[in-house]
Write a new protein. Structure first.
Length: 64
């Protein structure tokens, strides 16, 4: 659990540094009970403006 939580916090921090907040970002707790290892990160929902910000940041990062 610690590793996936650390991953979530790292992702939250990186997104915040780019002005992006995913309110539902977290650990997918049901994945602990499933057969899919390792536990999943739930990215959650976002509005269209946030999705556009993600697209912009990802395109810029891909150009590096």
């Amino acid at each position: 659990m610690d590793d996936v939580q650390e991953c979530v916090e790292g992702l939250r921090s990186a997104l915040k540094a780019n002005g992006i907040t995913l309110p539902s970002l977290g650990v997918d707790l049901p994945s602990f009970a499933g057969t899919y290892p390792p536990p999943l990160v739930a990215l959650g929902n976002c509005n269209a403006a946030t999705a556009r910000q993600l697209v912009e940041v990802l395109h810029k990062a891909a150009g590096r």
